[in-house]
Design a protein around this ligand. Structure first.
Ligand code: CP
Length: 307
């Protein structure tokens, strides 16, 4: 089924959480994503169908999965939550069971409930692979894979790389997936942002510092989006206050070491998490992250469809 294959194909039942991924599996996915980026192709002689079920808003994850599917000649079946029977009360389980019955081969799902995927992957009646496109404030494993791919492209290693994860740590699924995987790969982690958004459970992964103590000492400055949709009724800061106290200002960016890079999963709240003009600056890898998302998601789709 594979063409131009350099690495041995990885096989995964599902791709829902980074917790179950070994270091070898992560590196295999990164290398395969790089191969796709450099022109490897995947074709299949079966008719394969994917459905992307997005119960929360998305631009990058949704459209880069769709792009990855189309590059792999997988037919994408349209599904709009707003016009589906979800609005008649149909559950996620019944929606996925229906998709499977129609002949869908893989479902990519974003949902607001943490761990929504467990009832699907533990069900004796759901047999198609489930890819998690983000669950509440739980995990965002495909974002984590594209982030790691971007870091690996830059540095070629993870061991002892100094990575700061800065911002809305408590509500960020990106932060949680990245802290777990980066620690497993040997990176040194630092956290920053409002202290009320720091949780003591993060201490097993790294240490908290104020941003002004961090900027001169890190290789990767990973900024996080303020998750306004998860703070309803608890807005804490104006944009100006947030940028000035916790964000990456131009002055702070000028203090980064020469080889340091700036990352952000996007969408960026310009002039809140970071000065707006830094999105396109020389140190920024934010656009590259979006591009890498297509190739990382091709590697994930291949791994679950190899099963
Ligand atoms: N980074 C990310 O998940 O972006 P979307 O919400 O646009 O998919």
């Amino acid at each position: 089924m594979q063409t131009n294959l350099i690495t041995k194909p990885l096989t995964l039942n599902h791709f829902c959480s980074v917790e179950s991924l070994s270091q070898e599996e992560v590196m295999s996915l990164i290398i395969r994503a790089q191969e796709f980026k450099h022109g490897a192709t995947w074709s299949n002689n079966k008719n394969l169908y994917a459905v992307n079920l997005f119960f929360e808003n998305s631009t990058r994850t949704h459209k880069s999965f769709e792009m990855a599917e189309k590059k792999m000649n997988i037919d994408v079946i349209d599904f709009e939550v707003a016009t589906s029977s979800v609005n008649k009360g149909e559950t996620l389980y019944d929606t996925v069971l229906t998709m499977q019955a129609l002949g869908i081969n893989v479902a990519v799902i974003r949902h607001g409930d943490n761990d929504y995927y467990r009832e699907l992957i533990e069900s004796p009646t759901i047999h198609i692979p489930i890819i998690n496109g983000g669950d509440g404030s739980g995990q965002h494993p495909s974002q984590s894979l594209l982030d790691l791919m971007t870091i690996y492209e830059e540095f070629g290693y993870f061991k002892d790389l100094r990575v700061a994860i800065v911002g809305d740590l408590k509500h960020s699924r990106v932060a949680k997936s990245n802290m777990q995987l980066l620690k497993r790969l040997g990176a040194k982690l630092y956290f920053s942002g409002p202290e009320e958004w720091y949780d003591p459970s993060f201490e097993e992964y790294g240490s908290y510092q104020v941003i002004d103590e961090l900027v001169e000492h890190v290789d990767v400055m990973m900024m996080l989006r303020v998750q306004h949709e998860r703070h309803i009724g608890h807005e804490h800061f104006t944009k100006e206050e947030y940028l000035s106290n916790y964000g990456l200002t131009v002055e702070r960016a000028n203090r980064l070491v020469e080889h340091a890079i700036i990352m952000h999963p996007a969408p960026v709240n310009r002039d809140a998490e970071m000065a707006g003009d830094l999105v396109e600056c020389d140190k920024s890898r934010i656009v590259q992250q979006m591009t890498n998302g297509v190739y990382a998601r091709m590697a994930i789709l291949e791994a679950v469809l190899n099963h």
